[in-house]
Design a protein around this ligand. Sequence first.
Ligand SMILES: C[S@@+](CC[C@H](N)C(=O)[O-])C[C@H]1O[C@@H](n2cnc3c(N)ncnc32)[C@H](O)[C@@H]1O
Length: 518
Amino acid sequence: MKQKIPEQLLNRFCDLISEKLGLRYEKDRWHHLIRHIGLAADDFGYDDVELFLQWLLSEPLTQKDVSLLANHLTVGETYFFRHKNSFEVLEKNILHDLIASRRGRDQRLRIWVAGCATGEEPYSVAIVIDKLIRDIRDWDITILATDINQNFLKKASDGLYRKWSFRETPEWIINNYFTLTQGNKYAILPHIKEMVVFSPLNLKEDVYPSILNNTNAMDIIFCRNVFIYFSNELIKEILHKFYRSLVENGWLVVSPVEGLQCREHDFRPVNYLGETFYKKEIIAKCISQKKIFADEGAYPVKKRYEFEKISGETAQLDSLAGNKILRELRQEPEEELLYKEALKSFEKGLYGEATDILMKLYSSMPDNKNELQIKRDVIMYLLAKSYANQGKIEDALEWCNNAIKADKLQPNYYYLRATILHEQKNTDGAIASLKQVLYLDPNFILAHFALGNFTLEQQKPEESFRYYENTLLLLKNYKPEEVLPESEGITAGRLKEIIHMISSRNSVLLQDIIHLKS
Ligand SMILES: C[S@@+](CC[C@H](N)C(=O)[O-])C[C@H]1O[C@@H](n2cnc3c(N)ncnc32)[C@H](O)[C@@H]1O
């Protein structure tokens, strides 16, 4: 007989999953929710659903609990080339233009499919790219596909599909990109499979953009049929983070019914053949800097930025004039104020603007002055990060090296350099830089973790295990909810879970070692 669950308990459970997973369950979907709670209770080893809910609500949930719940409560409805027209636009407009603008200069593309379910969507994107770029080996293509549901991700990595996954897919795609296997399943061709990297990521709780999980400097983000499960408030937060994860002129793709909030955000809706894509277009663009002197008014305004709206109208932003007044009142030095402005732009995701301000600040600093309010290397470091988030990794490396030259004792500079070198596929260089981090600070957790990842990538499991082991040992000094230094927001609990996930995806040996030590 079906167990009747008190409404108050269900309400509290809904609050919990909204807090942890972002999922919103209105009363009209409670029948669905109750069925899935029943299945989750089984998985957690409970016969009695009410007792299970009471337990969930009385204990602080571990990352593993959250993950298990997500496996039961998320909906993974998806198929290849879903919303066919948007794939047309992707191919004929967005990617066509992007590829043309990068060809022969900066041959890289970075795409993130957030909420990828069982992989049909990111593989569809990979197929389009494969079709468009004949010399694909000469390109650096990243297709990152993330989801909260690890069962879905496992299925996605297997790359085996039933005919139902092709319900709107043209026959030629099935013929050209899949092979029929013995179990009557379709296996995606290995070269397409290799183009996509699957990784767990909770859009509600995880950190992005971050170099650590490769969610920065994206050209295109797909997040389709995911917002429908979230509250407006959460969508707003996610949009803000996506905006920061995109390079300037990057694109966000949502499903046709999910565009409303994007319109209210800074994204510019662009319509192609009835499909709307959302562009991160910087409305006010810094085009020049003028020096205007004392005769302008009571306060000499040294610098004034002229901004030009994309539409052609000219708007002037005289924040620096106002800042001058503020500065005099607060007696803040000019350098500090400019630096703060750059930091503010960086935090808003306006990386080009941040770079402009920092370059101006840097070039206006006298070489011979030693007691500067903001040290040159601090400016160089933020410049390197701003360039990295624009996908300009050559410039990022140059400024990171400059920062290191100016101050050789900052472990975070070497850490940033390692992530940039890794991005450039120079894993040996990245490892050497991480070792320098540990020489300066042996407790730099993320350096141990990155060394674990990079050595695993180099097929050196023994070394890799040692670094993960060190990471787990150091993590013991932190509470699970504590944010780790230099992590841009990642918590100790989350990192521990990530290591366990890596272990379960890799060799049995790795699992044994990690379980023994933690
Ligand atoms: C309906 S599917 C959409 C799949 C695909 N994007 C498409 O449009 O065909 C929704 C996906 O969002 C994922 N999801 C739900 N909540 C999430 C969260 N908090 N973080 C990450 N993914 C989430 C689910 O696991 C599920 O795979």
